[in-house]
Design a protein around this ligand. Structure first.
Ligand code: PEP
Length: 254
């Protein structure tokens, strides 16, 4: 696929996989995807499997991501994980503001912006998720919601940091539901997000930012979505839990 920005395809394993299962999946992906150079491939296991997946993917083209981090650098924050701890396992990316965390942990745009700044301070690349609910889309509020989330979650980043940040457009109604945005819906939302980035930073910066689509991505629909001009990859949930389907999504995109 000939794209202006290098595609980035990330698997969000969420709260799945024991260490043994994570190792098996990572080892299988490493073998299967060894020849893929054209795409940035990222896997985001649960914290408990980061160390073993890190060792298993050493010297491979598979990069490691985490699913969250604390906005703090250390201290009395029971149950939290800080950027420095992730760096110990050669983590390079971190998913921030996933809709599940926005919904269940009540994460706000302001908190996500703090986490994004913390990630950059540790040279971790944030994958910042935004997306509207079904009710918001049906009430014609999609653009307003996306603009608020993009401006709020990326507030305070420099242009240089923005270029090293990935935005994931994940319509909440498409996550884990089997309902995928149509290519037109995805392209329209991505173009809109890029437009907001252009206002927030500048056009040249916005052109460099990679915007992934997420929401029931599968081997059967991934390529069509990623062939849209403003869709620069995919954030994959369910289909990333199985080696064959994630590998097919990556290989078909090349
Ligand atoms: C996700 O949770 O980031 C996601 C896109 O999940 P799924 O692919 O299962 O819809």
């Amino acid at each position: 696929m000939n794209k202006p920005r290098k595609l980035i395809i990330a698997g969000n394993w969420k709260m799945n996989k024991t260490v043994a299962e994570a190792l098996a999946l990572a080892s299988s992906l490493k073998l299967d995807l060894a020849n893929v150079k054209e795409v940035d491939i990222v896997v985001c296991p649960p914290f408990t499997a980061l160390e073993s997946v890190s060792k298993a993917t050493l010297d491979s083209n598979i990069k490691l991501g985490a699913q969250n981090l604390s906005e703090h650098h250390f201290g009395a924050f029971t149950g939290e994980i800080c950027a420095g701890m992730l760096k110990e396992f050669s983590v390079r990316y971190v998913i921030l503001g996933h809709s599940e965390r926005r919904q269940y942990q009540k994460e706000s745009d302001a908190l996500i912006a703090k986490k994004a700044a913390t990630a950059h301070a540790a040279s971790l690349k944030p994958i910042v998720c935004v997306g509207e609910t079904l009710a918001e889309r049906e009430a014609n509020q999609m653009e307003q919601v996306l603009e608020t989330q993009v401006r709020g979650s990326l507030a305070g980043l420099t242009k240089e940091q923005m270029v090293e940040t990935v935005v994931a457009y994940e319509p909440v109604w498409a996550i884990g539901t089997g309902k995928t945005a149509s290519t037109e819906q995805a392209q329209a939302a991505h173009a809109f997000i890029r437009g907001v980035l252009g206002q927030l930073f500048d056009e040249a910066t916005a052109r460099k930012v990679r915007i992934q689509y997420g929401g029931s991505v599968k081997p059967a629909n991934a390529n069509e979505l990623m062939s849209q001009p403003d869709v620069d990859g995919a954030l994959v949930g369910g289909a990333a839990l199985e080696s064959r389907s994630f590998a097919d999504i990556v290989k078909n995109s090349v």
